[in-house]
Design a protein around this ligand. Structure first.
Ligand code: GTP
Ligand code: MG
Length: 209
């Protein structure tokens, strides 16, 4: 398995056009506010303070790029669906997210985070439909597994899978994680490694031809 030898903050902004343009593959983390995106990034990179986390929802408001092993990016995106009073602000954030997703060619896979404790929420199911309509490759990452007792995890997961099967013929890959207990790290990093390898093989082949 790849391990992460280095992970550094590169840039934060709201405009996808101003994100790094060196064409390295990137993996973005999205989901409702407070679902654990920034915590997961810190867990994956073994850096407790790389991405800013908070118990107050809405902490991340920008597109944040982190370079890993000098060769690929992790992107921390703002959370969606945070029940803010400020509707204009909410719309601005949604706009940042959608522009990033629709314009960013090097975004190789989007990890959609879902709190394993909760029943399927309309806002997440709608977001998946939006991804499907736009042909965005994504995986589901269930978070905060440590907050459920061992015996509760499987039925919760099954319930979610059943809900997804109602509208999707093919399920996206999914992972069960806990940043607190460091569950799912190996699986996620192996998945990313596979994609990175397939990209570099394609690049090698096209440079030979
Ligand atoms: P926004 O940036 O506001 O959209 O939130 P976020 O999705 O980045 O969430 P963040 O990582 O800041 O975590 C939100 C809260 O959940 C924090 O209090 C974290 O400590 C807690 N948290 C995140 N992941 C886990 C986990 O795996 N287990 C437990 N028990 N708590 C977690
Ligand atoms: Mg965050």
């Amino acid at each position: 398995m790849i391990d992460i030898n280095s992970a550094e903050f590169v840039i934060s902004n709201t405009d996808p056009a101003l994100c790094p343009d060196d064409n390295k593959p990137e993996y973005a983390f999205i989901g409702r506010s407070n679902v654990g995106k920034s915590s997961l990034i810190n867990m994956l990179t073994n850096k407790r303070k790389l991405a800013m986390t908070s118990s107050t929802p809405g902490k991340t408001t920008l597109i944040n790029h982190f370079i890993v092993n000098h060769s690929w990016y992790i992107v921390d995106l703002p959370g969606y669906g945070f029940a803010q009073r400020d509707k204009k602000r909410k719309k601005q954030i949604r706009n940042v997210i959608e522009r990033y997703i629709e314009e960013r060619q090097q975004m190789t896979c989007l990890f959609l985070l879902i709190d394993l404790r909760h029943d399927p929420q309309a806002i997440d199911l709608e977001f998946m439909r939006y991804l499907g309509e736009n042909g965005v490759p994504f995986c589901i990452v269930f978070t905060k597994a440590d907050k459920l007792k061992g015996g509760e995890q499987k039925p919760k997961l099954q319930r979610y899978i059943d809900a997804l099967k109602k509208e999707w013929d093919e399920l996206p890959p999914y992972f069960v994680t806990s940043s607190e207990k460091r569950i799912g790290r190996k699986e996620l990093l192996s998945y990313i490694e596979e994609i990175n390898l397939s990209i570099s093989q394609t690049e090698n082949t096209s440079s030979i031809n």
